[in-house]
Design a protein around this ligand. Structure first.
Ligand SMILES: [Fe+2]
Ligand SMILES: [Fe+2]
Length: 291
């Protein structure tokens, strides 16, 4: 048995608290909810597959043996996430795709590979350790909030790993930033304009082909069944991204224009950072539907 399946299977049973019971009753046999979970979990698995490939491709660029081992461990943890999510779908009775479907993941993967080819380790770390991990954290926090007990438990277990991955990324990039601020700020701008639009386009009301591949009703899926909507998710994601950039210690003169540029693809910060975001919210239709 592989360790991922084993770790998912050996996780402690969800507690029978009144809240957990209420969640189970609320989400137990709701087909619309299960369709939403099939959609989100499948897309999440795609992100995890991309992460496995990114971390694996990055290993030769890492400077020392300890850093290589740490990166391989990150890749291994992402493989466990794939198994845990696939096993969750099986337990709850919905189908999931265990391959990359939506083209945005392939686009991000392509940008990462381009960074590897030019031996731009800072851009690699920014794409995977900072940007992708930050979005993963927002996603797993969402999946842990108002979902069924099984999903909430799996999301909580994976979230702990992703928080650690982000910490690793902040530590790595902070050190590189201190040593060579110009190069690392350039890497941030390069990665931001390529990767953030792709990540944010997946917090949207439309998919390319995932729903049809899953045979779920594209028009009927609603995020309201987990008490959120597209606008809330985008605000959460942007706030989390800003917090990550802050934690690294990037220069505000570089990051503020980057954040401001995101209003063009529907991201509006919740916090007042003194920015004027004149563009109208990009995702104005059918808020609450993911697909
Ligand atoms: Fe992961
Ligand atoms: Fe991760």
């Amino acid at each position: 048995m592989n360790t991922a399946t084993s770790s998912a299977a050996s996780a402690p049973a969800a507690p029978h608290t009144p809240r957990a019971e209420a969640r189970a009753q609320k989400h137990g046999r709701d087909q619309r909810y299960l369709d939403l979970m099939a959609y989100i979990v499948s897309n999440t698995i795609s992100g995890e597959i991309m992460a496995v490939e990114n971390y694996s491709e990055m290993v030769p660029l890492m400077g020392g043996t300890d850093a290589k081992i740490e990166t391989v461990k990150q890749a291994l943890e992402e493989t466990k996430h794939i198994r845990m999510l696939a096993s969750l779908g099986k337990r709850l009775g919905y189908g999931v795709k265990t391959e990359i479907v939506e083209p945005q993941w392939l686009a991000i993967r392509g940008h990462f590979s381009a960074a590897v080819k030019k031996k731009d380790l800072a851009a690699c770390l920014i794409i995977q350790d900072l940007m992708t991990e930050t979005m993963a954290i927002v996603l797993y926090k969402t999946l842990g909030r108002d979902t069924d007990p099984d999903t909430a438990q799996v999301a909580g277990l994976i979230l702990a790993d992703e928080l650690e991955h982000l910490d690793i990324g902040v530590r790595r990039i902070s050190a590189m930033l201190k040593a060579d601020p110009d190069t690392v700020h350039d890497a941030l701008a390069w990665a931001h304009h390529r990767v953030m639009p792709e990540l944010f386009s997946m917090i949207s009301t439309s998919c390319h082909s995932l729903c049809s591949q899953l045979s779920v009703d594209c028009g009927g899926i609603g995020l309201d069944s987990i008490s959120t909507d597209i606008e809330m998710l985008r605000v959460d994601a942007l706030d989390a991204y800003m917090a990550t950039l802050d934690a690294v210690g990037f220069d505000l003169k570089v990051t503020m224009p980057l954040i401001a540029s995101m209003s063009g693809y529907g991201a509006q910060p919740r916090a007042d950072v003194g920015l004027r975001t004149d563009a109208a919210p990009g995702c104005s239709t059918q808020a609450g539907r993911c697909c």
